[in-house]
Design a protein around this ligand. Structure first.
Ligand SMILES: O=C(O)c1ccccc1NCC(=O)[C@H](O)[C@H](O)COP(=O)(O)O
Length: 265
């Protein structure tokens, strides 16, 4: 049976077909050109880290394949305000509808509510989705190595950069790291290490720690998934990892912003 990542990518192929029937390339490019000015995503993380703080990408996620509904009472603009008021450097907004109950409108609403840069958190496998990301205002896109060939990675990365966006390239293991390095992407690379195996859902913080010795020196590492306690943050910071992507543990709390402040205090 196909695993969840394969099923998600299959659905994305249908969505891309639908997107192509709704918009011509030039119409989407026009929307991207008219979108709100890009906010520096990688730069915002860098500033937080340079100031000695944790650089947190705080995630706005209603549901996930591994956990089902995480937060029923879901107002993206309010959650964005909470995160902004409590020290997040960036937002991550799930736009996938089928598996995460996300929506493009959530990114638009969250970004409009605050001055923080936002990443479109979705499964991008086609140039049109990258252009669509900019058209809805995204400042950064996620490229998941497990969903892409080296050629696709290079193409989508270059396209995102040409539209002024930053890129978070995500890996989970050494093989994906080699794949990303072989793509020779223009750096400094913002590299996400997902502690969650997207095929089995097993989540181990050691995934990040084990890969650290193999990374190029100028990599800006983001540890992703499963950060739930101040001890998790300390463990990463002790290993010189200062950038975090955090979702569920914040989204489950009445005040996601206060939860964020407590987690990284
Ligand atoms: O979270 C899932 O179930 C999932 C399944 C398949 C593909 C991706 C998935 N999650 C995306 C993420 O990586 C997380 O939303 C992100 O890293 C935040 O993780 P967490 O703090 O554990 O919510």
């Amino acid at each position: 049976m196909a695993d969840i990542l394969e099923r998600i990518v299959e659905v994305k192929r249908d969505e891309i077909r639908a997107l192509k029937s709704r918009y011509s390339l030039s119409a989407l490019e026009e929307l991207a050109g008219a979108a709100d000015r890009v906010r520096g995503f990688q730069a915002s993380l860098r500033s937080a880290v340079a100031a000695g703080r944790a650089g947190v990408i705080a995630e706005i996620k209603k549901a996930s394949p591994s956990k089902g509904v995480i937060r029923a009472d879901f107002d993206p603009a309010w959650i964005a305000g909470e995160y902004a008021a409590h020290g997040a450097a960036c937002l991550s907004v799930l736009t996938d509808e089928r598996f995460f109950q996300g929506h493009n409108d959530y990114l638009v609403a969250a970004r409009k509510a605050v001055a923080l840069p936002a990443i479109r958190k979705d499964f991008l496998v086609d140039p049109l989705q990258v252009i669509e990301a900019r058209a809805i205002g995204a400042d950064c896109v996620l490229l998941i190595a497990a969903c892409l060939s080296v050629g696709q990675l290079r193409e989508l990365y270059g396209l995102a950069q040409s539209l002024g966006m930053d890129v978070l390239v995500e890996i989970h293991d050494g093989m994906e790291l080699e794949q990303v390095l072989s793509a020779q992407l223009a750096g400094p690379l913002l590299l996400g290490i997902n502690n969650r195996n997207l095929r089995t859902f097993e989540t181990r913080l050691d995934t990040t720690l084990d890969l650290l010795p193999r990374l190029p020196k100028d990599c800006e590492v983001v540890t992703e998934s499963g950060i739930a306690a101040p001890a998790d943050v300390k463990r990463m910071r002790d290993a010189d990892v200062h950038r975090f992507l955090i979702g569920e543990s914040l989204m489950r709390q009445p005040s996601p912003g206060q939860a964020l402040a407590k987690l990284v205090a």
